[in-house]
Design a protein around this ligand. Sequence first.
Ligand code: HEM
Length: 180
Amino acid sequence: MYGIVNKAIQGLVTENFGLEKWNQIKVHSGIADDLFISNEPYDDSITYKLAGSASHILGLSLREVLLAFGRYWIHNTGHQHYGSLMLTGGRNLREFLINLPNFHSRVMLVYPSITPPEFRTQAINEKELHIHYYSTRMGLTDFAEGLIIGLAEAFHESVSVALLQAKKSKDEADIFKISW
Ligand code: HEM
């Protein structure tokens, strides 16, 4: 994944747990890079190792790390660094989620070579949406859930997010139910 993803894990750790913990995570994961360059591609294994080592060093479950990472991505990476891009997504959570299938095509104007996730949004009724999340990668379900929770927080909306279906292979989707 692009360096910006690894940079965001670094930001999440240093801002919330301190530089010392980040250095321990780097040693534990065996990753030698001193800094990550946002618009350069890195092997996905680096991101997975950083998340795994963060779980070990911080004493959190991998799910807790990935949920926190998803929320951090929206509030920090998204909001602080790509504010205008985030604004194009919608004026409230429902609108943003309905537009989500097209969001990464705009991200690709900035990062043309990403392998983006794919989303399908199903409007069930006024108070319920289902998000189908497809990816060529496994193991990022909790990250996607954290992103949806982060979006709800950014719009100051109170929702519940439930995983209706967990994918068992890359061809399947994780399905999240969002209800207001
Ligand atoms: C300004 C905001 C955003 C930017 C700049 C951005 C950019 C990126 C980038 C660079 C990647 C790495 C892909 C790669 O390197 O191959 C990525 C992955 C991902 N993004 Fe976004 N993104 C944004 C917002 C969102 C939002 C709002 C969601 C969903 C609610 C989302 C869901 C994901 C997921 C789940 C992945 C993991 C990749 C995968 O599933 O295969 N992103 N994004």
